[in-house]
Every structure is written in structure tokens, then in C-alpha cells.
Design a protein around this ligand. Sequence first.
Ligand code: ZN
Ligand code: ZN
Length: 216
Amino acid sequence: MEWVDAIIKALTDLDGYASEPEILKKIAERQYRDYGRSQTPQRSLNYYLNQKLKDRVRKIDNNWVLLKNPSVYVVNDAQKKADTIKGIIELDKRFANQIPEIRQRISSYIERGAIADKVKSLADFKCLICIAQNLNPYSFVKNNGDPYVEAHHVEHVSTLKTGVLSINNIITVCPNHHRQLHFGRSVLFAQTDSHFTFEIDGVKMNVQKIIIYDNE
Ligand SMILES: [Zn+2]
Ligand SMILES: [Zn+2]
């Protein structure tokens, strides 16, 4: 296999980011490329990463990130991890320094995963912003009988702050308020252990945080 393909395959196997020694090890392990008589695989790797692959990878600290298309980032086990609280804490640490596109992808796994479902049922499928505004907190009812509600990460995942992927940063919102939080005039004004204070269209309101205890 050509170096370029071998590197892409190895990086893909490594969740789209890895150090150079990890890439070399993976290439050898999976026999993507026979180093053969080459005495300097490290030098070849370096050359391909910096020259031939320069539009497809980016170096962050000591790791190489596969960039080609954020929608096809391979985050092999991240999806499964996003379903447990322990896994999410691990993901938050592991992806702490990743580029915003990757963290965004991880956060969407969490927002659609089993933990988000748990958060939704804990919130009784209510929109917490509607509650803060004394509005009817339920949107429509789904086929399975549950009211429809969405999960939202309050502090933007792209801020790269640790803890941003965590459960305590998730609130449940109706589709309308969810769009408003992303596209409307809303800012997170302050937060305590128990609630967020938003300013939405110039009006301040407190929104209860949902707390999940990791006791399973
Ligand atoms: Zn709402
Ligand atoms: Zn959101």
C-alpha cells in the first residue's frame, strides 16, 4: 500500500488523531505497509504528513488530526462511550484539545445518545426555557407517546473548555427555543451549581440544571 493510503487508514483506525509513533505502530500492526528495507519509516512518515497530506491532516500539539471531511471523522468507539456518564467524562478529557469540528461531532453523539434520553426523562420531557418563562413546556407528542424535546449543550462545545461535554452542561429545550439559543439573541449570563442564568431578548431568567448522579 502507498504511504498516503497507509497513513490515512492508520489515522482512521486511531479515531482520526494520533501521534507519529502511534501511526507507525498501527501501520506495522495492520501491515498496511511493509517498511521493507526502509531504515527510516519515521522520516518517510514525516515527509508524507507534512508534504503530500498537508491538506488532509493538521498537527495539534503532538497529534495528527485527519481533516478531510469533518462529517466522516471516524470516532470509532466515541459513539458508544457517549452513552455512559463515565464514557462522557473520558471523552471530554480525551477530546479536550481537539479542533471544534471534532468536539462538535462528539457532542452530537451525546445529544442523541442514551444519556441525553435519560436527561430528557429526568426533565420530564419539558423545555426548561419555557418553564422559566411560564409557557407550556411541552411540544408535540412522538409516535412512542413521549413528548418531543431536544438536548442542548449550554456552553458551546467549540469553546474547548473541559467539562463542556458533561451532563451538567446539558439542558432540555423545545425545538423553537433550541433554535433561538443558537441563532437568536441569547447569552449565558451566569451559572451556579444549580442553575443557569440566561439573558434572552434582554430578559434574564434562571434555568434549573439537571443533575445526574453516576451511581450505576
Ligand atoms: Zn421552549
Ligand atoms: Zn444546541
